[in-house]
Design a protein around this ligand. Structure first.
Ligand code: SF4
Length: 283
């Protein structure tokens, strides 16, 4: 893996993701190398293999500090196009520096992660009760599509620690791949104390769809591959699958009355738009 040290001009960038008004990504690219990664569409990393070349924004703490003197974000999103707690962060510790700086300025943040390496920073994150972690967990076969991401057991253990620390938490089942992801099984293994779970439906323009189908056909069978293809064949089929999914979720939520469920469905023609709604509960 090639490491490039980068001097960045900006730490905080405005974001269209409705979870925050600014985002921070300390690295360019991501070692975890998920085949479904939507950040492949990001113009800054589109033309590189983001898993084999990582840019390290070595001066990000200093730049963030400077920006926070003039910008007062309502909330900052960490890790919209990279994993802040990937393995390289153990060496450079940029995420720790960012958390400390945001805490110092009393700026609340939301972290998107699937990494057990966040565990070392839970005391820092718990300093502000408005902070929140969206922790990604998925059904075991999805690991076929994640080249170096932490194993499901490591993630479950981390989730338990986040709950013990009383940090705001949402379990993010994303992407939910039809006929591969299963919410029922995941709910059975979740540590107790989880209060929010969302499911974000996979969109066929996210990551490398052809490669994903190939891997699923090879490992899970052609029948599953063809069922998935049929969901994405037409907008009508996609919407019908969405309706079924919502109905399944309504039935399921009756057994988990302490959990709020959210279903996030990208537009069929455009996988991300400003209307992506993370906050409407399934009722
Ligand atoms: S961990 Fe997140 S940012 Fe990294 S490759 Fe996977 S989806 Fe992309």
């Amino acid at each position: 893996m090639e490491i490039k040290l980068i001097k960045t001009q900006k730490a905080l960038s405005p974001t269209q993701i409705t979870l925050a008004d600014y985002c921070i990504n300390p690295y360019r690219g991501c070692e975890f190398g998920c085949l479904y990664c939507y950040s492949m569409e990001n113009k800054n990393i589109k033309n590189i293999d983001s898993a084999s070349e990582i840019g390290v924004k070595i001066n990000i703490e200093e730049v963030l500090r400077r920006q926070l003197r003039t910008i007062n974000p309502k909330r900052v999103l960490l890790g919209s196009t990279t994993e802040c707690f990937q393995y390289i962060d153990v060496k450079y510790r940029l995420s720790e520096k960012i958390l400390k700086t945001l805490n110092e300025f009393k700026t609340p943040y939301t972290i998107l992660t699937k990494s057990h390496l966040i565990k070392d920073y839970l005391p820092l994150i718990s300093e502000n009760t408005k902070n929140k972690i969206y922790f990604t967990l998925n059904s075991a076969p999805i690991s076929l599509l994640e080249r170096k991401a932490p194993a499901q057991e490591q993630r479950l253990e981390t989730i338990a620690q986040i709950i013990r620390r009383n940090i705001n938490l949402r379990i993010h089942v994303g992407p939910f791949i039809p006929y591969v992801s299963g919410l029922k099984d995941l709910l059975e293994i979740l540590p107790s104390g989880v209060k929010e779970v969302d499911m974000e439906l996979y969109h066929h323009k996210m990551g490398n769809y052809e490669e994903i189908l190939k891997i699923i056909a090879k490992n899970l069978g052609k029948e599953i591959e063809s069922k998935i293809s049929s969901v994405y064949a037409t907008e009508g089929a996609y919407l019908e699958f969405t309706r079924q999914l919502k109905n399944d979720l309504i039935v399921l939520k009756n057994n988990y009355r302490n959990i709020s469920f959210f279903l996030i469905v990208p537009d069929f023609n455009m996988f991300y738009n400003k209307k992506m709604d993370y906050e409407s509960k399934v009722r």
